[in-house]
Design a protein around this ligand. Sequence first.
Ligand code: HEC
Length: 176
Amino acid sequence: MHNVSSANSKYYCRFVLLLGVFFSGLSISEQAGQQTFSSDLGDNLMLYRRYIMDTKGAHLKSIRFIIKNNIFVEHLPMHAEMLMQVTKDMRDIFPAGSTSKKSRAKNNIWNQQGNITQDFVHKLDDLYTQSNRFRELSTTKNFEGIKKQAEVLTKSCKACHYLYRGIRLERSEKDY
Ligand code: HEC
C-alpha cells in the first residue's frame, strides 16, 4: 500500500515538472514567433517557404535513395508520413500574391480575386493522397508496387512545379 502511493506521488511530481517545462517552452516560442513575424514577413515568408519545401525534397530524396540502395526500408513509412504532415498545411504558406525576387512561386497560383486556384489546391491534395498511398504500400512486401508508387509521388511534385514554379534562383549560403 505504502509503496503504491509513494510511486504515485513520484509520478505526480514528474507530471507537474513536465507541465512546467511545457508551458514555459510555449511562452518563449510564442514571444520568438511574434518578434520574427513583426520584423519582415515578406522575406521571412520566402525563406520559410523554401525551408518547408526543402524538407519535402529531403524526404523524397530519402525515399528514392532507400529504394535504389535497399537500405533502411523500415524508414519508408516515416518518410511518407512526414510528406503527408508537411503537405497538410501548405496552403498557409502561399498567401495571396506572395511572389518575390527571392521566390520561385509564379503568380498563376492565385486567381484575379487573389484566391489560391482550385488547380493548385488539387495538386496539393494529390500529393497528400499519393503520400498516403505510399505509406500504406510501404508497410507491405510489395516492392514492385512501392517502387511504382515512388515514381507516382515524384510525378505529383513535378506536375505542380511545371506549372507554378519559376526559374531557379541563386541561393545564398547565409539563408541556411
Ligand atoms: C501544389 C504545388 C507543389 C507541389 C505539389 C510540390 N511543390 Fe515544391 N514548390 C512549389 C513552389 C510554388 C515552389 C517555389 C516556392 C518559392 O520559391 O517560394 C516549390 C519549391 C520547391 C523546392 C525548393 C527549390 C528551390 O530551388 O528553391 C523544393 C526542393 C521542392 N519544391 C520540392 C518538392 C517536392 C520533393 C515535392 C513532392 C514531394 C514538391 N515540391 C511538391 C510547389 C509545389
